[in-house]
Every structure is written in C-alpha cells, then in structure tokens.
Design a protein around this ligand. Structure first.
Ligand SMILES: Nc1ncnc2c1ncn2[C@@H]1O[C@H](COP(=O)(O)OP(=O)(O)OP(=O)(O)O)[C@@H](O)[C@H]1O
Length: 269
C-alpha cells in the first residue's frame, strides 16, 4: 500500500508545486494522475521514488517511510519502486535481455553487474516476463532495433524485474501511436492485477485514463481537486482540471482569446 499524506514540494524559494497532497493506493489498483502541464504530476512521482526530496509530508510504502531516507537505505527503498518512462530510458547499444536485467542492478553485487553474471533465477524470471509481454524472441536484439511499443515493453519488464511493490509510469504512452498506447495501457492494467501491484500512471490522455484505470486523480496547481472513479469524471471535473486559463488562483481569469500556448494542456482527449 502506498500512503501519501500532506505531501508538499517547493523547488527552492518558488511557490509550492505540490501542496498538502493526500493519496492512498492499495492492492492492484491502477490510478491515473491527470492535470495540465505544470500541475505537478511528474513532481509527485519523483517525490515517491525520491528523485526529488519532498519539502514536507510523508510517503509510506507498505508501512515504510520513504521521506528522509538516505544512502543505502534509500537505495534499498528505490528497489521496491518500479519506474516506467515516456522515453523508455533504455541503453540502446545493449540487448533487450541486458536492458531487462538492469532491473536487477539493485540486488546483485558490483562484480556480478560488471561481468554481467546474473543469477540463473534472474535470467529465468527475465524470460518469463519477456514471454508474458511478447518480447522474448527479441532477447538478443539491440534495444534500438525495436519499435516504440516494443521498447516500452522492455521498460515495463525492466521495472518488474525489480520486484517492485509499486509501479510508477510517467507518461508511458506519450511517445507511442494511439493503438500501441492502448496496448501498453492494457498491459499495465493486466500486470497490476496479475502481480497485485499498485500502479500510478501520469497521463495526458483522459480518454485512455478513463478506459484503462479504475481511479482518476486530478491535479491543478499542485492540489488534488478530483479523486474518483472514471465514471464520475464528468465534463465538470475535466473543466475544473483543464478548463479556463492556468492562472494562479488569486489572479483574475484571462479571457479565452489570451490563453497562452505554454499553459494549454497536452492533448487531454
Ligand atoms: N527541478 C525543478 N526545479 C525547479 N522547478 C521545477 C523542477 N521540476 C519541475 N519544476 C516546476 O514544477 C512545476 C510542476 O512541474 P511537473 O513537471 O511536476 O508538472 P507536470 O504536471 O508533470 O507537467 P507536464 O505534464 O508538462 O510534464 C512546473 O512549474 C515546473 O516548472
């Protein structure tokens, strides 16, 4: 179970990017995090895997506090958090298998990692997972010879090799065509259920969020303003999250014609 309470993040002296966020995700729940560009979605995921240090608040993964961890403790905690990226983050010149086994780096010794002598059990698990997502036949191919969808499957398997207790996906489909995006969303949904893994997905595509997740969390200006089932994500909720002008709350709303390009949401539909 992931329990976030009163999470606040401020970069430097700037206004907080996340303010007093509370979120609990249990079991095999798949949660979409939606919000306009700059709402704080990536910052939230980065606070969970501690790529950024929360300013205050608590993040517990199965009862263990993640905030404030350092050194070896932080490295151990990070092993339990799988991450899938928009740009896949594969090492192009390495094979699919080598990329997948990189998910075990937190568990093997430096000698095993450098000499690529991974335990047999890791190799077997890698094949099982690659078979599960239909990329086993590419095991020896270079990662850069794969299509985007295949590369994202490698990214997913690498994250699962960590035996994570939660899976975070930051815009996992944003670089993929619509059909491949849907396949990846479907895959994340099935894996969550097969592996009893909570999955949090930052996503701009609201229609995919509604179809492939069971809960939608909407952020606006770093505050959670919607938390509910896709069926309850009405046009009012959509307007509250994306609508109008992305002005700070204490500023008067600008007329629609003056909407600034950088404030527009990324393809919310
Ligand atoms: N390392 C950083 N230093 C300073 N400000 C940052 C940093 N990372 C993000 N921000 C700021 O925090 C705010 C939230 O950014 P974040 O990337 O979390 O939003 P997002 O909702 O994920 O946006 P997008 O959908 O465009 O990825 C933005 O105003 C951004 O400029």
């Amino acid at each position: 179970m992931l329990e976030i309470s009163q999470l606040t993040k401020r970069y430097g002296q700037d206004d907080p990017v996340l303010t007093g966020l509370d979120l609990t995700v249990e079991g095999n729940s798949v949660v979409a995090i939606v919000g306009a560009s700059g709402a704080g979605k990536s910052t939230m995921l980065r606070c969970i895997n501690r790529l950024v240090e929360p300013t205050s608040g608590s993040i517990k993964l199965n009862g263990h506090e993640l905030v404030g961890l350092k050194g070896a403790e932080l490295r151990r905690a990070r092993r339990r958090i799988g991450m899938v990226f928009q740009g896949f983050n594969l090492i192009d010149r390495l094979s699919v298998m080598e990329n997948v086994l990189a998910g075990r780096l937190g568990y093997v010794s430096l000698f095993q990692a450098v000499t690529r002598r991974y335990p047999q059990a890791d190799i077997e698990r890698a094949f099982q997972l690659m078979e599960r997502v239909d990329i086993a036949h590419y095991a020896n191919k270079r990662a850069d010879e794969l299509s985007g969808g295949e590369r994202q499957r490698v990214g997913v398997v690498r994250a699962l090799m960590q035996e994570p207790e939660v899976l975070l996906a930051d815009e996992p489909t944003a670089s993929l065509d619509p059909r491949t995006s849907e396949q990846i969303m479907m895959l994340l949904q099935s894996l969550a259920s097969e592996l009893s893994l909570p999955v949090l997905i930052n996503i701009h595509n609201v229609s995919q969020a509604k179809t492939y997740t069971e809960r939608i969390v909407g952020l606006r200006h770093g505050k959670m303003i919607f938390d509910g089932r896709p069926a309850d994500f009405t046009s009012d909720a959509l307007a509250a999250i994306y609508g109008g002008i992305e002005a700070a709350q204490d500023e008067p709303p600008a007329p629609p014609a003056t909407t600034r390009k950088h404030e527009a949401p990324h393809e919310p539909f």
